[in-house]
Structure formats: structure tokens, C-alpha cells
Design a protein around this ligand. Structure first.
Ligand SMILES: Nc1ncnc2c1ncn2[C@@H]1O[C@H](COP(=O)(O)OP(=O)(O)O)[C@@H](O)[C@H]1O
Ligand SMILES: [Mg+2]
Length: 327
């Protein structure tokens, strides 16, 4: 069964525009100028129950706005959305009890109290039966290793500890659908990995449907097989992550280690020099000519070691966004 169906979803913002300078300010007092931002512009996708998908795109692409429409925080301009058969913006309690929305940049934990107090509050709000509450809490605390942390005043916790507790607060009522908006933002690499591992385990263990937005490719690469890419309010790709690589990667990366000095100028004859830091260099070349370029390097340069690689997924995505020819 489909957990989420989104059809022709549109959300436009009307923003007040002011010309620069004092004159602009004065003018805008007299006659307000508005501009329409098409934050979500005819978006369509469907998500199966139990799927974990990566929802990615550059800053301002429309990710958060989409999630707000899907969780009922925003009323869209037009379109159809169904989450577990509910219309989100009606916000009926049966819907709210089955979803969770975690935003990396916002917190729901009470700042001056230990996280445990927020957990207890949520127990009441969501009417979670005592035994179920304690069992779920115990499981989550163990998975996230925050036994002591939940008793400490929230304001005294590190960002990572706080995010772990935010996740617990959002998951205590065992939601079927999770919306995670940049859950690893601002975290150090180690903590990012911990949160990521948790999301993966959680998805497998509870078969919950998860939409994860992130601008860290690491998150998406590790977690999601399917990605939906949004740019300027429009879906530009929806499919398997591997497919992006084969469809869009029309170039290869040649990494070389030299055993004698070479100049960047000489290397430029072979391909675009992406990095040059003696003794190492990496070159970008068109896929069709990769082996030719490699043999040319071996023939004419003091090569110690050489590897032909797929370009990193980050590069491919960036290329997709900018639409520029990479090689
Ligand atoms: N409340 C708002 N009022 C006006 N414009 C907004 C508002 N929220 C977001 N936007 C604009 O809508 C676009 C999409 O924003 P957002 O959904 O936050 O993108 P993302 O989460 O992908 O970074 C951006 O151009 C942003 O500036
Ligand atoms: Mg956002």
C-alpha cells in the first residue's frame, strides 16, 4: 500500500519586495511590491509503506516547504496529498498520532528541563499507555545510548545529545511515518554517523516509512536506495541512487600518483585538472575517452600509480543542479 501520495502539489509564497536604498524603502511604503516564490511547483511522487527515501536538493529548493505540506503545518495552494489515507492539513488526531516531524533546526524539548520531562508530556499528549511508553523509551534510550543524558537539563546537552533526545521525543508514540528534515545538520562526523545508523536500524526494525531530507550526501548514500531530487520547487529526479550515477555520470575521474615533477599545464592536455597536489593529481575526462587518456598518461608522464574511478556522487548531483558540463 502507498503510505504517501503527492499529486500536483503547489505552494507559492508571496514575498514583499523592496528596492535597495532609502528611496526604495520610501517607495515600498507607498506601493508594496510583491514577488511570488514558487517554493513547491507541481510536485508529484508516491512512497510505499516501509520505504526510506532521501529527499535532496540545494538550499531553498523546496524541501522543508514540501514536508510542511505533508505534515499539515502548511496549507498548500493546490494539489492532493494523502498520508496514510489522511489529508495532512485537516490535522485530525488520528493522522497526528501516526506521524512525526523532526526538524534539525528546531527543537521541541523543553530547554530548562531534562528531556525526560518532555517525554512524559508527550506520553500524555499522545495518550501512550504506560507499559508501551516505558518499553519504547527503554528501547530508544538503549539504541541511542542516552541513559544518563535524558536526566540532564536540555540546555546543558551537546547538539548531538539533544538531537538524539529530539528523536526519542518524536518516536515515543511509534509513528508509522517519519519526516526528518536535516536531522544531522551541524553535527560532527561521528555524531552524524550515529544518527544515520540509528535511522537505518529504526527503519528496519519498525518498518516505518521515512522521508529524510539532507544536504549531506553521506546521509543519503548510506541510507536511501531511492532518492527524490528537488530543485526550484520541481522534482528533477526520482529513482535509484545508482541510476543517477549511470545516467548522469558521463565522465570518469583519473587519480594519478607521479614519481617525478610534472606541471599542471602539461596535465591539462589530457583532461580537466580537478586537483593538483604533487605527487597526486586527479583529472576529469569524458567516459568514452577515459582509457585513452589513461594510456596517454602512462606513456608520456612519470606515473607511479593510476586509477580510473566513478566520479563522486556529490559531483554528479552538483552537476545536475547547475546543469553545467562538468568535464
Ligand atoms: N515563510 C516563507 N515566506 C516566504 N518565502 C519562503 C518562506 N519559507 C520558504 N520560503 C522560500 O521558499 C523557497 C523554498 O524554501 P524551503 O522549502 O525552506 O527550501 P529548502 O528546505 O529546500 O531549503 C525558498 O526560496 C525560500 O526562500
Ligand atoms: Mg529546509
Amino acid at each position: 500500500m502507498k503510505a504517501i501520495v503527492v499529486s500536483h502539489l503547489k505552494k507559492y509564497y508571496r514575498v514583499h519586495q523592496k528596492a535597495p536604498g532609502l528611496l526604495g524603502s520610501l517607495r515600498s511604503l507607498v506601493k508594496r511590491q510583491y514577488q511570488t516564490v514558487k517554493a513547491v511547483d507541481d510536485v508529484n511522487f508516491q512512497i510505499e509503506e516501509g520505504e526510506l527515501i532521501g529527499f535532496i536538493g540545494p538550499n531553498g529548493a523546496g524541501k522543508t516547504t514540501t514536508l510542511k505540506c505533508l505534515t499539515g503545518l502548511l496549507y498548500p495552494d493546490s494539489g492532493f496529498v494523502s498520508v496514510l489515507g489522511h489529508t495532512p492539513w485537516k490535522r485530525d488526531s488520528q493522522f497526528l498520532k501516526q506521524i512525526a516531524f523532526v526538524m534539525g533546526q528546531k527543537n521541541q524539548l523543553w530547554w530548562d528541563l531534562p528531556p525526560m520531562e518532555t517525554f512524559l508530556l508527550n506520553k500524555e499528549i499522545y495518550e501512550i499507555p504506560g507499559p508501551q511508553f516505558h518499553q519504547t523509551l527503554e528501547e530508544l534510550v538503549e539504541l541511542l545510548e542516552v541513559g544518563e543524558v535524558i536526566k540532564v537539563q536540555t540546555r546543558k546537552l551537546s547538539l548531538g545529545q539533544r538531537m538524539k533526545c529530539e528523536l526519542i521525543a518524536a518516536l515515543l508514540h511509534q509513528p508509522k511515518v517519519l519526516f526528518l528534515d536535516e536531522p544531522t545538520i551541524g553535527l560532527d562526523v561521528v555524531m552524524q554517523k550515529k544518527i544515520r545508523d540509528f535511522i537505518k536500524i529504526y527503519n528496519q526494525k519498525y518498518q516505518s516509512t521515512i522521508i529524510l531530507t539532507s544536504h549531506y550526501m553521506g546521509d543519503v548514500k548510506e541510507l536511501a536506495k531511492r532518492v527524490i531530487i528537488i530543485d526550484q520547487g520541481k522534482i528533477v529526479f526520482d529513482g535509484q541512487l545508482e541510476e543517477i550515477i549511470s545516467r548522469y555520470a558521463d565522465h570518469k575521474l583519473i587519480s594519478v600518483v607521479f614519481n617525478k615533477k610534472v606541471t599542471k599545464r602539461e596535465l591539462k592536455k589530457i583532461g580537466r585538472v580537478k586537483e593538483f597536489n604533487y605527487p597526486r593529481a586527479s583529472l576529469v575526462v569524458k567516459k568514452e575517452v577515459a582509457s585513452l587518456a589513461a594510456s596517454e598518461l602512462l606513456k608520456s608522464f612519470p606515473v607511479e600509480d593510476l586509477n580510473i574511478e566513478e566520479p563522486p556522487i556529490e559531483d554528479i548531483i552538483r552537476e545536475l543542479f547547475t546543469g553545467k558540463d562538468y568535464a
